[in-house]
Design a protein around this ligand. Structure first.
Ligand SMILES: [Zn+2]
Length: 103
């Protein structure tokens, strides 16, 4: 019997670490990623008032008066501004569909 076999029998052989023990942190899913820090410039009240009146206090897409929010037509992240020209009233539903909800 070769010496290596004897070594195994004496407990020199150890099982490999289980995969569960060595795997890195699982990747975070979309939902778990922390929201970006709130660095949005606030929409001036004057602009809000203007947009509200211009759009008649209702969603410009479906006409709903429920859960309205101010939506940036061009997102701030893409160079849009907080001016009335770049804002519209959208209900939560339409806004969520657009994926850029701002209250
Ligand atoms: Zn709507």
């Amino acid at each position: 019997m070769p010496a290596s076999d004897a070594g195994r029998r004496l407990g020199l052989w150890r099982p490999l670490p289980r995969r569960d023990d060595v795997r890195p942190e699982p990747p975070l899913s979309e939902q778990q990623v922390a929201p970006k820090p709130r660095k949005r410039r606030a929409i001036p009240d004057r602009a809000k008032q203007f947009v509200w009146n211009r759009d008649g206090g209702r969603c410009v897409q479906c006409g709903s008066t429920d859960k309205l929010g101010y939506d940036h037509i061009i997102p701030l992240s893409r160079g849009g501004s907080n001016t009335a020209r770049n804002l519209q009233l959208l209900c939560e539903e339409c806004n969520r569909r657009k994926g850029n909800f701002i209250t």
